[in-house]
Ligand binder design. Structure first.
Ligand code: ADP
Length: 177
């Protein structure tokens, strides 16, 4: 195998990440502008374990990653507490509460459950490196960005699926021994 041929076989993060072209878009949250009800519905209507939080839908700039169970527990606890959080309370993940309408119910701050530095790689990163990081850091998901814009996600199971595929296609592969 000469260097050029090897290069053409390199699988990149973009080849493995979800969503694929035909999938529905990434299930994500915005750092403000959503209600308790909207966040809860998104979490309950999907089965994903992680939800990227972005500044706004237009910029797709990553703020952090919220885990499904942390979101559900935080919302449940807030509802139990006697501080007036209701279904149409605004949720925010930023440092400061967004400006609220005078008749708005109290907001719910969820910054404390956010992983502010989830593992993130560029979409052109070779999967060989991504696999290595999953192994060495024991992470469960990795976010994929391009020029600061969030594009997708790779979970541990996606990596295992990718490794199984590679092993089938290329039994001699030394990447995944
Ligand atoms: P696992 O891969 O361990 O089952 P998940 O249930 O979180 O973990 O993810 C299932 C599939 O959905 C994976 O292929 C993953 O890439 C994709 N996925 C994970 N999170 C999201 C999300 N927020 N939006 C869209 N797809 C996602």
């Amino acid at each position: 195998l000469d260097a050029k041929e090897e290069f053409t076989h390199t699988t990149l993060a973009t080849d493995v990440m979800r969503p694929r072209r035909t999938d529905p878009p990434l299930a994500l949250l915005t750092q403000d502008g959503m209600t308790v009800d909207e966040v809860e519905t998104m979490v309950r209507e999907t089965t994903y374990n992680g939800f990227p939080v972005v500044v706004c839908a237009e910029s797709q700039r990553l703020v952090g990653l919220a885990l499904r169970r942390d979101l559900l527990i935080a919302i449940e606890n807030a509802r139990k507490r006697d501080d007036g959080v209701v279904s149409h309370s605004p949720v925010y993940f930023g440092l400061h509460a967004p400006s609220l309408a005078p008749d708005s119910p109290p907001p719910l701050k969820l910054r404390s459950i956010l992983d502010l530095s989830p593992f993130t790689v560029n979409d052109r990163s070779p999967m060989e490196i991504v696999v290595d990081v999953f192994r060495k850091l024991g992470i469960r998901q990795c976010l994929i960005t391009h020029n600061g814009r969030l594009l997708g996600i790779i979970t541990k199971k996606d990596v295992l699926r990718h490794m199984a595929q590679m092993a089938n296609q290329d039994p001699e592969s030394i990447l995944f021994n």
